[in-house]
Design a protein around this ligand. Sequence first.
Ligand code: FAD
Length: 411
Amino acid sequence: MTPLNIAIVGGGLGGPAAAIGLAKNGHVVSIYERSTAVEAIGYGFRITPNSDHCLKWLGIDVVAGGAVTANTARMMDREGRVTREWKENEDLEAMKQGTSVFAYRAALQRQLLEKASEGGVEVKIGVKVISVDVSNNTLYFDDKTSTSVDLIIGADGVHSRIRPHVVDSSILYPKPSTGHSCVRFMLSTYTLLSDPIVSRMIDDSFKMLSWNDQQDKRIVAYAVDFDRSWIFTCTHPEQLSLQQTSEGSQADTIAYNQKISLERVKEIYKDFDPLALRILDLTDPNGFRVWKLLDMDELPRWSVNHTVLLGDACHPVVPYGYSGASMSIEDAVTLCVLLPANVESSQIQDRLQLYEKIRKPRVRRVLEVSREVSHGKENRELVEEYYQFLVSHDAIEFAREELAGHLTKSH
Ligand SMILES: Cc1cc2nc3c(=O)[nH]c(=O)nc-3n(C[C@H](O)[C@H](O)[C@H](O)COP(=O)(O)OP(=O)(O)OC[C@H]3O[C@@H](n4cnc5c(N)ncnc54)[C@H](O)[C@@H]3O)c2cc1C
């Protein structure tokens, strides 16, 4: 058995997750990541039990890495009246499979990259891929070197360099606008608890709070990093924040992490609960960043020859369905199951087709619901039904069953 030589472009979340599993299968794996350091600008996201289960399978304990267990969550209307409270992680048996947590992106990325290195993956940091030749599986780097391998995995995020070589590059992906942006900021738990008014809300019982105007503005907050910090994500129609960040120039090209002033943020949320506005005042006025939310039509295919995409590179998810990171991790473990130790180079294309067949319907549903709940009044029935769909899926077992069925059919 000859192991595959695999190059993964992107050391975000899905890239290192795939690397860990593929190296465990015995393949020779390298990650190429353009950043020179793990970026704290990623802030955080929700890891739902379905993807925590995948991370556990890869040997990653997110709670040990500082992720905060999502216990009681409180939802409020714009003025701060409680509309719903719910508890998670109550079923201890189910928690053995996976937990619902809030993770700090930089911490999870670091855990994944460290685990990949320990497992023998060569992690090359500060190396930018500039192009790929999909006819002979060759990557070209910004230092003018290149490498040829058996399989290339494009896990290089929403602005993927690999994607235009897999699908028709004349089509513009992602869409120029979803109509929504979000302001993000982070505050230490200490600061929140030191304020006599805010501290009444940020106590031990709640790990997530949200204010929703039932139209198109929302503030969602949750604890991360061993409970030492809170992350705030404030979504709104993009024209409300574009004005300032664009300064009359390239409004459409502004994608993420632009500075925005405290005054502008307060203006956007001026009709919200005074408590939410008070939290804004506790924040470093230089700490507000605005991001455009991105979306993409379904790609006609996710792979060509021996080059395949995963995660945001093929299906960025607007954050309302709390699944961007989770879908990327599920994609990664699916590839790990489909490319075991005994797979041969001649079988790669067939397995990549199967990967797409397995993953597309699930990702499609996640995208549809995430778009549907992105504005307007909360549809509680839809959200509850979606949550069950999301968390009850075992991506590892599902891929194993699909592979077994596929092999039986083809013999
Ligand atoms: C900085 C950042 C912050 C984010 N914050 C949130 C959040 O708060 N909440 C949320 O739900 N989602 C967030 N997202 C999106 C969410 O993290 C994604 O859904 C999830 O990370 C998808 O994982 P991925 O591995 O597919 O892509 P990513 O995590 O985007 O990883 C892609 C990686 O590829 C690297 N890369 C890109 N181009 C090249 C190249 N040419 N050569 C080499 N390396 C390259 C990037 O530096 C990056 O590390 C964020 C994404 C990023 C990049």
